[in-house]
Design a protein around this ligand. Structure first.
Ligand code: FAD
Length: 291
């Protein structure tokens, strides 16, 4: 039996593992996709103290991966499909096997939400990085007006002919830094108080997008559509009764009321969801779990 199992190798899970292993915990981290979580996919990591200037998510994520190797952490690429509490231990089932642990830290974060419309077979993207060629010289629609959406819209505007930000609230919900850059941009148009209601295709490309105010955005070369409308929590595998808010995020301190169970990072309800707060949660969970 392991002392500790950590579910998720985003910034939170890696931080938890480093702090716990250094305190003598025998642990395993399970990761279903790739080390780095959400931040590994962004076009630029902003504001995190000590980040390399203009560092992209891939570079940041690789540094996390290197840290895992350097510290000899036991990382396994397996998807956790069930987490159960037995009498004196936790049973963690993955797509490859079952494991027992005295304690568990759930650092499984969140996943981008899909748009509620018929995409007619067109694949709506969530991430700007990797889409540079796809958007080159084209008209791009970014749904969402939060920090993440605005930052990624700014990145896409370097390659696209035009970028339209579609925000259902009355104003962009981003920080001043991004708002000023958007205002200064010559090829970004912001549409507030509206949502995307449908897309039309001509052959294999999107030729028209309709907005809730009856406005239409058309392009002969094809529109490229991105959904950055927020996240839903990765809690589906947790077979333990925990309090959740109406979006499904866990309402709990890092130490849950269940003995030996910790929740940390973006999966729990908290005021600020950034790398800084994810690694803070991870450090606290790792130290507490190793006591
Ligand atoms: C578009 C965007 C831009 C952002 N930009 C910044 C920024 O510039 N600066 C900043 O500080 N923050 C930024 N953030 C926020 C930051 O990315 C998150 O706060 C941070 O990644 C949360 O870390 P986490 O470890 O809690 O969760 P996540 O990063 O979501 O990591 C969770 C990990 O758990 C894994 N996982 C999930 N379910 C399972 C399972 N069942 N089994 C095994 N593994 C599982 C996932 O694959 C993932 O690797 C941005 C967020 C977005 C959406």
């Amino acid at each position: 039996m392991k002392d500790l199992i950590i579910i998720g190798a985003g910034p939170c899970g890696v931080s938890a593992a480093l702090y716990a292993q250094s305190r003598g915990c025998d642990l395993t981290i399970f990761e279903k996709e790739q080390v780095g979580g959400l931040i590994g996919k962004v076009s630029k990591v902003s504001h995190y103290t000590s980040v390399i200037v203009d560092e992209d998510g891939e570079s940041f994520r690789k540094r996390l991966e290197n840290q895992i190797k350097a510290y000899g952490l036991d990382l396994r690429y397996e998807e956790v499909t069930k987490l159960e509490k037995k009498d004196a231990y936790f049973l963690v089932t993955t797509n490859k096997g079952s494991y027992e642990a005295k304690k568990v830290i759930v650092a499984a974060g969140s996943t981008p939400k899909e748009l509620d419309l018929d995409s007619k077979g067109y694949e709506i993207a969530h991430w700007a990085r990797g889409s540079e060629e796809r958007v080159s010289g084209k008209v791009v629609l970014v749904n969402g007006g939060s920090d993440g959406a605005c930052k990624e819209a700014l990145y896409l505007s370097k390659f696209a002919k035009e970028v339209h930000i579609i925000q259902n609230q009355e104003a962009l919900m981003c920080i001043n830094e991004f708002r000023k850059q958007i205002e200064a941009s010559s090829n970004i148009t912001v549409h507030t108080g509206v949502s995307l209601t449908s897309i039309d295709k001509d052959g294999d490309h999107v030729c028209k997008a309709s907005l809730s105010n009856c406005e239409e955005i058309k392009s002969q070369e094809g529109l490229e559509v991105f959904a950055m409308i927020g996240q839903y929590p990765n809690t589906g595998f947790i077979d333990i009764d925990l309090s959740k808010n109406d979006l499904g995020f866990i309402v709990s301190d890092i130490k849950t009321p269940i003995e030996g169970l910790f929740v940390a990072g973006d999966i729990r309800v908290k005021a600020v969801k950034q790398v800084a707060t994810a690694v803070n949660d991870g450090a606290l969970a790792g130290i507490e779990a190793s006591k």
